[in-house]
Write a protein that binds this ligand. Structure first.
Ligand code: GDP
Length: 526
């Protein structure tokens, strides 16, 4: 097998989807712990705070107690290279999450076993379904009194419309939670007690009928045997093809905080999760094994390191090999870019990249040339599809305290909105700046960052719009006529695309009726 094929076969790129508080951060931390990327549990949050102690930006995160930046972590596990794309948990940043999900090959769904399927999980599953993303499920917090495991799986099947195949099964729950049983391997892993990471052999009992089990578990051993017997009859068995088609999810039970069930999950994950998959473009399907580099940008982040004022475009490599200092063609501007200092995201450090393969994420420093959704290649004219921009539902006018700072305000807004969380609209008439967002918190973030990163004091006042629609029309004359008649409601977005800012839903409906040739789009595909 060629080097490229070998590297592709060992890549696994995924994201975690969950409702806030289900345990995503804890699971992430434990995965990194097993991957050897961090030495001690409790460091994901702690270290972030320490390393960026000077960053006002993270100060805001700390104040709010939320994580608004998403990052990429790469770690090795048993010869595989795992790329975990973190997604912000807070609802107001869901667009960022949606786009990150376009850059993965599979997802891990974490569910709080006491709460079952929650609202955010439902939404995120809908997004995964758009691309039939394969899903593994981790039922977390079995050390708490939760719901009965069978009814949890039933709920996943009914609400999320995906078949469940249990791989591990909990032994007891809450105070009587003793460990897990691995169905395919026919082995029990008992809780080692306390939140340290167990070694591979620790607490393992081979075989459900092993008398050792009765010694260690007493009555719970017999109960487990009965449950497993029932389970083998009543539940779906694991079918890797159905999993890869997104129709069936393997289910793991455990307690992330107590390191129970995570190793089993990770082992199954590297074995079964898909390697980098083919991707669609407007013209053809790109296979990951093609020798020429292609990739798309799913995220932009400004000023990650306050000392550098850098802007980083996150490029998902789709095919070929990325090599340091190579020339790339930026399809939207049709320019050649040479990016000398791209970075990779080893979980321990941001490192300078020498080579990156399909499935890897490369961070490209740039000064605003690259936007979310852009395709980069070694020369071929291609455009990857499926990276959505959602119409905002909240609109604010950006107003300055000091009118002399207009240039800085414009620059700041353009850069912050290029990251994609909020959107900038410039109305065709007048020189107002309208910011659109899906969640109210985004305005606070924008105002905070304008002040701290661009030195601009800006306040937001409500704007006369409730939703936006990108407009297009096959007939240029009709489009001109539409523009003439509706100038007051039209604006250009950051890419120069025309959008209709509707003052009310009724107005939008009436306008759409009046102009049947005009198409009104609620999402704009980059
Ligand atoms: P996130 O919001 O999804 O990232 O969730 P976190 O990982 O921050 O976890 C939310 C809370 O649940 C924290 O207080 C964790 O300590 C706690 N937690 C995570 N995993 C477990 C678990 O296995 N058992 C228990 N009892 N609590 C857990």
């Amino acid at each position: 097998m060629s080097k490229l094929r070998t590297e592709i076969a060992r890549r696994r790129t995924f994201a975690i989807i969950s409702h806030p508080d289900a345990g995503k951060t804890t699971v992430t931390e434990k995965l990194l712990l097993y991957g050897g990327a961090i030495q001690l549990a409790g460091t994901v949050k702690g270290r972030k705070a320490a390393r960026y102690a000077t960053s006002d930006w993270l100060e805001l995160e700390k104040q709010r107690g939320i994580s608004v930046t998403s990052s990429v972590m790469q770690f090795p596990y048993q010869g595989f290279i795992v790329n975990l794309l973190d997604t912000p948990g807070h609802e107001d940043f869901s667009e960022d999450t949606y786009r990150t999900l376009t850059a993965v090959d599979s997802a891990l769904m974490v569910i709080d076993s006491a709460k079952g399927v929650e609202e955010r999980t439902i939404k995120l599953m809908d997004v995964c379904r758009l691309r039939a993303t394969p899903i593994m499920t981790f039922m977390n917090k079995l050390d708490r009194e939760g719901r009965d495991p069978i009814s949890l799986m039933d709920e996943v099947e009914k609400v999320l419309k995906i078949r469940c195949a249990p791989i591990t099964w909990p032994i007891g729950m809450g105070k009587s939670f003793r460990g897990i049983y691995h169905l395919p391997l026919d082995q029990v892993r008992l809780s080692a007690g306390g939140p340290h990471s167990p070694t591979k052999e620790e607490g393992i009992i081979k075989g459900l009928n092993n008398p050792e089990l009765d010694k260690r578990l007493g009555l719970q051993a017999e109960q487990l045997r009965e449950e497993v017997e029932l389970l083998r009859e009543a539940s779906h068995s694991f079918d890797v093809e159905a999993y890869r088609r997104g129709e069936l999810t393997p289910v793991f039970f455990g307690s992330a905080i107590n390191n129970l069930g995570i190793r089993e999950l990770l082992e199954s994950f590297v074995e079964h999760a898909p390697p980098p998959q083919p991707r669609e473009t407007t013209t053809r399907v790109v296979d990951s094994g093609e020798p020429m580099l292609t990739g798309f940008v799913f995220k932009i982040q400004a000023n990650m390191d306050p000392n550098h004022r850098d802007r980083i475009a996150f490029l998902r490599v789709c095919s070929g090999v990325y090599r340091k200092s190579m020339k790339l063609r930026h399809l939207r501007s049709n320019k050649e870019l040479r990016i000398a200092n791209a970075i990779t995201f080893m979980a321990s450090e941001r490192e300078h990249v020498q080579e990156a393969y399909p499935g890897d994420i490369v961070g490209l420093y740039n000064h605003g040339t690259i936007q979310v959704g852009d395709t980069l290649t070694e020369g071929e004219e291609l455009k990857f599809t499926g990276i959505p921009n959602f119409a905002p539902e909240l609109f604010r006018l950006a107003l300055l305290q000091n009118p002399m700072r207009m240039k800085a305000l414009q620059k700041g807004l353009i850069q912050l909105c290029e990251e994609g969380a909020s959107q900038l609209f410039r109305p065709l008439t007048g020189n107002e700046l309208v910011v659109g967002a899906l969640g109210i918190l985004q305005f606070d973030v924008v105002a905070f960052r304008l002040k701290h990163e661009y030195g601009v004091d800006c306040r937001f006042e409500s704007a006369n719009a409730v939703t936006a629609r990108w407009v297009s029309c096959d007939d240029p004359e009709r489009l001109e006529a539409f523009k003439e008649r509706n100038r007051g409601h039209l604006a250009l977005d950051i890419c120069g695309d025309l959008a209709y800012l509707a003052p009310s839903r009724v107005n939008l409906e009436l306008t759409a009726e009046r102009w049947p040739e005009i198409r009104f789009h609620a999402t704009r595909e980059h």
